[in-house]
Design a protein around this ligand. Structure first.
Ligand code: EPZ
Length: 429
């Protein structure tokens, strides 16, 4: 396992290029299962979660190869297995997204229930309800979902909550169903629209993706297609906070500016200067951070995935802020670790934290407990006085491409070490 060793206090300057979106490429990889030929996916980020999804596809019988930097060719023509095992799904719940494609293409699927994770129970009831309405016979047994159908039939599916994963699983299943499926109260996240763009390139008939009503007219087969993955809005927001918390200035190249309007608004409310540029987004940290109140919501509201990174930033505000987490039930694991660095953040309930700004944070040994919480600790360490060590960096590697390299190139004093190396004390080289 690895840790990051970070000496804080350096304003970040220059530019960072944003990678392809983790939460777009994972469902797009699952969608390749629907094709009758190979697909070429580009702008694929080098992430642990991408590697895990490729292992799942391999287990099912897909063949894949790297065709160039960030370009993966996936050939699903030898798929013979419809079983996504627990040992893979437990490491990445997004693997559950193969259920819809396997079921609608082969009439059968056995996928491990994803189980919970650090940030919450992560149910899949909305996925299953939608597929059942479309005619799937579903049973859960020994921690697995077993689903069969002759051919799914189009239906009207109303989602009790605009779940990203449920919207994606049902949309994928509907592409080869008999008739028209209408998903109401669908998730609006941009990754849904990107998935629909890829599916339509394969010959699917989807309209309305990105809106709350999506209509899918089933077809009998889908072809292989090529697709370039959209940039990662969460990585963008994370590095915008990095510029803000270090009082630096970064140009975020390829930043999907239109996808993070709620984040830009909150940054500006706190005093950050944000200016769209031809090649991306220019972010300049404030001399003084103004406190703000933040509530996470489904898109286009403030994204839950940036709650932890933004909290690190607000620990240094000139005043008190509040954060309300409305999407997941346990997404404050980072608070205790930030307090080890001197933050005055207090969890009031499973959905609310108050942050009283302090004059400075101090370097400390902290531990990442989940992907975005880990990113939060790195951001805090970049601004802290002295040395920090962030352990269990494998959480961070799930969703950020070589974070230490991207930050190191813009002035951060950060290095990756093997966890087994002797611990360095603050002030030591
Ligand atoms: C996706 O997760 C993202 N992951 C998450 O990003 C993101 O936080 C989340 O959407 C919200 O934007 C991927 O796209 C791979 P949901 P997903 O279904 O699909 C409840 C990251 O850090 N729910 O919208 O799992 C669920 O328990 C990750 O990159 C049900 O109750 O999100 C949660 O509380 C973390 N029943 C809420 O809805 C269901 O059937 C949001 O879940 C499905 C979900």
């Amino acid at each position: 396992m690895h840790r990051f060793v970070i000496d804080g206090g350096t304003p970040l300057e220059s530019e960072i290029t944003i990678s392809g979106a983790k939460n777009a490429v994972l469902p797009i990889f699952a969608a390749t299962l629907l094709a009758d030929g190979p697909c070429l996916i580009s702008n694929v980020p080098e992430l642990r979660d991408v590697t895990t999804m490729l292992k799942v596809l391999e287990k099912l019988g897909c063949r894949w190869e790297q065709e160039g930097p960030g370009t993966i060719r996936i050939d699903p023509r030898d798929v013979r297995c419809y079983d996504a095992p627990y040992d893979l799904v437990k490491t990445m719940r997004a693997s559950f997204i193969v259920l819809g494609p396997l079921l609608t293409k082969y009439g059968s699927a056995r996928v491990s229930m994803p189980g919970g994770c650090a940030i919450g129970v992560r149910q899949v009831d909305l996925h299953l309800k939608g597929l059942a309405v479309m005619g799937a016979r579903i049973e859960t047994d020994e921690g697995y979902v077993k689903a069969t159908c002759s051919r799914l039939r189009g239906a009207e599916v109303y989602l009790d909550f605009p779940s990203v994963g449920a919207t994606e699983n049902i949309m994928l299943a509907a592409t080869l169903a008999e008739g028209i499926t209408i998903i109401k109260n669908a998730a609006l996240e941009p990754e849904i629209a990107d998935l629909a763009t890829f599916l339509n390139a394969m010959g699917a008939k989807i309209t309305g993706a990105g809106g709350s009503v999506i209509e899918i007219t089933g077809v009998t087969s889908l072809l292989g297609a090529n697709h370039r993955v959209i940039p990662d809005r969460i990585e963008t927001g994370t590095y915008a906070v990095a510029a803000a918390i270090t009082r630096g200035q970064l140009l975020l190249k390829d930043a999907p500016v239109s996808m993070i309007e709620s984040v830009i608004a909150k940054l500006q409310e706190s005093g950050v200067e944000v200016a769209p540029r031809d090649t991306g987004l220019l972010v300049k940290g404030p001399a003084q951070i103004r406190p703000v109140d933040l509530t996470t919501q489904p898109h286009p509201g403030f994204p839950t995935d940036l709650q932890a990174p933004f909290m690190a930033y607000l620990t240094l505000a000139a005043g008190s802020s509040t954060i309300s987490e409305r999407i997941f039930e346990n997404r404050f694991l980072h608070v205790a670790e930030l307090r080890r660095m001197g933050a005055d953040a207090r969890v009031q309930s499973t959905s609310g934290t108050v942050i009283h700004g302090v004059d400075h944070l101090s370097g400390a040994q902290v531990m990442a407990g989940d992907l975005r919480g880990g990113a939060s600790l790195v951001l805090a360490a970049l601004a802290a006085r002295g040395r920090s060590e962030v352990s269990r960096v494998y959480h961070i590697d799930r969703g950020y491409v070589r974070m230490e390299e991207k930050l190191g190139r813009v002035g951060a004093r950060i290095r990756r070490e093997d966890d087994r190396a002797p611990e360095t004390r603050p002030g030591q080289p």
